[in-house]
Design a protein around this ligand. Structure first.
Ligand SMILES: [Zn+2]
Ligand SMILES: [Zn+2]
Length: 115
């Protein structure tokens, strides 16, 4: 007999929220709960390092919420700059149309604008 133990990442989509993206013109975001799960026989036993992230639906920029802001955000579905702890990822977007572009792109794949 042997035991199976492990650590895993688990993401849960909590709800849609609104926040003015610092990177593009979008205001529609998704709020995720991410936690590292310690599992035993594939049963999550306890969670630690709980983090709440909001992800821009357009450019996929990621911001981390302050834990103390969570209750308010769940209630109002509204995130302000004061609720953001840090910017985790800021993706590049086209200045012309707001479409997401890669750092290596020379032209926007959506509108052809020179970057
Ligand atoms: Zn965005
Ligand atoms: Zn564009």
């Amino acid at each position: 007999m042997f035991f199976v133990m492990g650590f895993g990442n688990k993401d849960e989509l909590l709800k849609e929220v609104s926040f003015r993206c610092t990177n593009c013109i979008n205001e529609k975001f998704e709020l995720y709960q991410m936690s590292n799960v310690f599992s035993f026989f594939f049963i999550p036993i306890f969670r630690f390092n709980k983090k709440f992230l909001i992800v821009c639906k357009n450019c996929k920029s990621i911001y981390r919420l302050k834990n103390e802001s969570l209750e308010k955000v769940l209630e109002t579905s509204n995130v302000t700059y004061d609720d953001v702890e840090e910017i985790i990822r800021n993706n590049n977007v086209c200045k012309n149309c707001g479409h997401r572009v890669d750092e290596t792109d020379k032209f926007c794949p959506n509108c052809g604008n020179k970057l």
